[in-house]
Design a protein around this ligand. Structure first.
Ligand code: SF4
Ligand code: SF4
Length: 203
């Protein structure tokens, strides 16, 4: 998509996911290098890679390190990490003042290897899914609800998808294997419950 944007000669800016957790981050790095060389501005998103390493949210990703990781690429002109608290804003401002990735920070991005919340949009799960579910979108809704605690956005996305009440209901064993190690069936079941929750209870 990034290369197509360059070839189209229509666009000024590329907004792309870019983080240390992407299996294909070297490919993204190469493509944004080509786009920057062609004069496009590069905005990195999803730099915090889902915020937590684990679904139970006991192990946060090192936010400073994750943002520095994206910004150390000189072809990235800016990033758009979201924040909802002053502490988070302060963390991002600290990175503006000093974006050098220390050895400790590098190590913090290497371990532990847990699935976390970030769906890298590789679409590997689509063909094996017997119910032809839009799994990347469902995993994005799951991340909004559980990692970002933005249940309104999560529910809005679910409503857009207009799926049956129990989309995994007719399957025996689930043949889907996620590249990031998500238990897809369990997450689909979990997030679908949110659709029926009245909006006034989502605050
Ligand atoms: S259990 Fe759900 S995720 Fe797995 S194949 Fe069936 S519909 Fe797809
Ligand atoms: S395989 Fe996993 S990481 Fe890849 S698109 Fe599907 S849910 Fe996302």
């Amino acid at each position: 998509m990034i290369r197509a944007a360059v070839e189209a000669k229509l666009y000024d800016v590329v907004l792309t996911s870019y983080n240390f957790k992407q299996d294909h981050h070297l490919e993204v790095q190469k493509a944004i290098g080509e786009a920057a060389q062609a004069g496009l501005g590069i905005v990195a998103m999803k730099t915090q890679a889902g915020v937590y390493w684990d679904k139970e949210k006991t192990t946060p990703i090192n936010m400073k390190a994750a943002l520095k990781w994206a910004l150390r690429d000189t072809n990235v002109h800016t990033a758009i990490p979201g924040f909802t608290t002053l502490d988070q804003l302060q963390t991002d401002l600290d990175v503006l003042r000093d974006s050098n990735l220390t050895d400790d920070e590098k190590r913090s991005l290497e371990a532990p290897k847990l699935a976390g919340f970030f769906c890298q949009g590789c679409d590997q799960c689509l063909d094996p899914c017997l119910g032809r579910l839009p799994i990347p979108e469902l995993m994005r809704s799951f991340m909004y609800a559980h990692a970002y605690r933005n249940r309104e956005a999560a529910q809005a996305l679910l409503l857009e998808l207009a799926l049956p009440e129990s989309p995994c209901g007719d399957c025996g064993e689930c043949p889907v294997r996620c590249a990031q190690g998500f238990d897809i069936r369990q997450r689909v079941r979990d997030i679908m419950r949110l659709r029926a929750v009245p909006r006034e209870f989502l605050i």
